[in-house]
Design a protein around this ligand. Structure first.
Ligand SMILES: Cc1cc2nc3c(=O)[nH]c(=O)nc-3n(C[C@H](O)[C@H](O)[C@H](O)COP(=O)(O)OP(=O)(O)OC[C@H]3O[C@@H](n4cnc5c(N)ncnc54)[C@H](O)[C@@H]3O)c2cc1C
Length: 387
């Protein structure tokens, strides 16, 4: 049986960064991926992913975002390719909405440059936005978007340059762990390693039963609409957005690659799914959900659909990430040396660069460097166990 220092199951957003960071620390790494390197069957496809610095989801994310930006720029340098486009980010909603309040709070707490605008001022600055009177916006200039498929490809390339083996179209069927190390069985072969990192996205709970009620896959749909006024939705003229509206929370990006304005809605139609059986067809009800957002808030983008795609979130109960070592120790020797990154709850991609670094630190040194941030991602929070 072939032996490695570390095996990573799932080479998508988080796994591609993890194989790279492990390899950079001198580990002999095997990355196992059931599909292709960059594919459209998981959570990390669809051309663009928003990255933003003001973070209504919690102030604890901001230090990680600072590091994530640094690491994305580092990857751009290695790749010789632009992977992060800065457009500014608009967090909008009612003045007392969690999105607006949370965005302002993190801007103030961390001294982030920002501007508070009412709906009219936002429209004057960026005419593609037509929010109703009464809504307000926080404009934070560091926001923008990443190119997820290109990020994954470049992390894999960089890891391969450091000697990492990547096996695609090789599904992991199961693993066993003990004090001595880990054995991983795929549909083709079995491998041994000193440590195992599971970054399996929507499939995480299938590989780690502990996550069955903690990392739940949910079907999502995004739409690219051909704007009748395309000039209003170009990257220089239209910041990415995160809009808390009465209908739900919409997000979107300016025109990039696909010549359309991209919009999605968090939790789309609230369809929890088995990732192996997710419905990848697009239905009229899917378009209706997103059209509502376009017509009401971005009417100058209300043209024909150019593309629609399904994707999956993996939700944790509190929508914060799950990043931890499995319990291990004398009580659970069968999960010793196993580390998990899951439950990214629809907002994880922007962090993939730093998650790769965190998983490496966790697996090699117990994660001391990030211990402050990791406390909010520990599994134990779901069991009411004090750390
Ligand atoms: C529509 C949509 C829009 C989003 N927008 C944003 C955004 O704007 N900004 C943002 O930050 N985040 C966003 N997110 C969330 C973000 O994309 C995810 O949090 C992130 O991509 C999750 O990465 P992952 O590595 O966990 O999953 P994935 O990238 O899906 O990777 C998991 C990998 O594991 C592989 N795998 C699983 N099981 C096995 C097995 N048994 N054997 C081998 N391989 C296996 C899978 O094939 C897959 O490649 C969005 C998500 C969706 C769906």
């Amino acid at each position: 049986m072939r032996e490695f220092d570390a095996i990573v199951i799932g080479v998508g957003g988080m796994g591609s960064a993890t194989v790279y960071h492990l390899a950079r620390r001198g580990q002999q790494v095997l990355g196992l991926e059931q599909f292709d390197i960059a594919h459209d069957l998981g959570s990390s496809h669809g051309v663009t992913r928003i990255i933003r610095m003001a973070y209504p989801e919690g102030a604890g994310y901001v230090p990680l975002l600072r590091r994530a930006y640094e690491l994305w720029h580092d990857l751009e340098t290695r790749a010789g390719e632009r992977l992060l486009y800065v457009t500014g980010c608009v967090d909008a909603g009612a003045p007392d909405s969690a999105t607006v309040r949370g965005s302002l709070e993190t801007c103030r707490q961390f001294g982030l440059e920002h501007q508070a605008l009412d709906a009219r001022a936002l429209h004057e600055k960026f005419p593609g936005y037509r929010l109703p009177d009464g809504m307000v916006a926080v404009l934070q200039p560091d926001g923008g978007f990443l190119l997820p498929e290109r990020c994954i490809i470049h992390y894999v390339k960089a890891a391969q340059n450091l000697g990492t083996e990547i096996h695609t179209r090789e599904r992991v069927m199961g693993w066993d762990s003990s004090r001595g190390g880990v054995e991983v069985r795929t549909e083709h072969e079995a491998y041994r390693a000193r440590r195992l990192v599971i970054t399996a996205g929507p499939w995480a709970s299938q590989l780690c039963p502990l996550l069955q009620k903690l990392a739940i896959a949910e079907r999502q749909v995004v739409l690219w609409a051909q704007p009748p006024r395309p000039e209003l939705f170009q990257p220089g003229a239209f910041p990415v957005f995160n809009l808390e509206a009465p209908e739900g929370r919409f997000y979107g990006c300016p025109v990039y690659a696909v010549p359309g304005f991209k919009i999605g809605k968090y939790h789309h139609r609230r369809e929890n799914v088995d990732p192996a059986r997710v419905d990848r067809e697009i239905h009229p009800e899917d378009e209706a959900v997103l059209r509502q957002g376009i017509r009401r808030y971005f009417p100058d983008a209300d043209g024909p659909a150019l593309a629609m795609k399904t994707c999956m979130f993996t939700n944790s109960p509190d929508e914060h990430f799950i990043i931890d070592a499995l319990p291990g120790g004398d009580a659970y020797p069968e999960t010793e040396n196993v580390y998990i990154a899951a439950g990214f709850s629809g907002h994880g991609f922007k962090f993939a660069s730093v998650v790769g670094e965190i998983m490496t630190d966790l697996a090699l040194d117990g994660g001391a460097r990030y211990s402050d941030q990791l406390s909010m991602f520990r599994l134990a929070r779901f069991y009411g166990t004090a750390e």
